[in-house]
Design a binder for this molecule. Structure first.
Ligand code: 6PG
Length: 233
């Protein structure tokens, strides 16, 4: 049974997600790894986190997916996150790990990102008893995608690589780099943030267990859905 939490609006959803985020971070007295999502929904959460008391010096920031665009492009997930959050908090620059979209190709960027993740993790194989991330944030696309794991994509069945290139299933139609299910699932706590009427139909189907990418995500730790009233089935 999914842990589904419904809030009156997007602002209340973001407040609750910020509380959840702080609570999970505070459980770890050591190095904290956070995997952020892109898209538009998490931006209000990121802005709220600026004002929260978090141990930024111990936090490491990764992204679940990225668009293959320059780091200052308006479509860049890392750019959005920097503007909303990272430019305003004392996170050490070396703890911020964006997907290297200045690589020669999306494939090369994915390969480099996987190497970054493995170096951080300290092993080449994921161990269920030692999750890669403390927190993974996910979004839900209105076609049922999450990260850049789009319906029908061969990437959905990737179980060896941690990061791969992917074709976009919707706008913006630029190549993507995405973490795969095994990497996204290797976390203590995962959350989906879902807002707006346009998501209601697909959310219903995902929660009913229909075969959408977002419905396939099975984190080794907890999974919480933060949903606003407009998106709630
Ligand atoms: C991206 C994403 C993507 C996003 C969903 C929901 O780079 O586009 O990470 O998976 O989370 O499409 O996006 P919205 O929050 O904009 O609806």
């Amino acid at each position: 049974m999914a842990d589904l939490r419904v809030f009156p609006d997007k602002a209340a959803l973001a407040e609750a997600a910020a509380d959840w985020f702080v609570e999970h971070v505070s459980r770890n007295p050591g190095r904290i790894a956070v995997c952020l999502s892109g898209g538009s929904t998490p931006e209000s959460l990121y802005k709220l986190l600026v004002g929260r008391d978090l141990p930024w010096d111990r936090m490491h920031i990764f992204w679940g997916d990225e668009r293959f665009v320059p780091s200052n492009d308006p479509r860049s997930n890392a750019r959005m996150t920097r503007a909303a959050l990272l430019d305003h908090v004392p996170v050490p620059p070396e703890n911020v790990h964006p997907v290297p979209t200045d690589a020669a190709s999306p494939e090369e960027a994915a390969r480099l990102y996987e190497a970054t993740l493995k170096a951080f993790y300290g092993k080449d194989d994921l161990d269920q008893t030692q999750p890669l991330f403390d927190i993974v944030l996910n979004g839900l696309g209105d076609d049922g995608h999450t990260a850049s794991l789009f319906p029908g994509s061969p990437v959905l069945d990737e179980d060896a690589s941690w990061a791969v290139s992917a074709e976009p299933g919707m706008e913006p139609r630029v190549p993507r780099i995405t973490l795969t299910f095994p990497a996204l699932e290797s976390c203590e706590a995962a959350a989906f943030l879902v807002s707006g009427e346009g998501k209601r139909a697909v959310l219903q189907r995902v929660l009913d267990g229909e075969d959408y990418p977002a419905a396939r995500l099975q984190p080794v730790g907890s999974l919480t859905w933060f949903v606003d009233r407009a998106a709630a089935p």
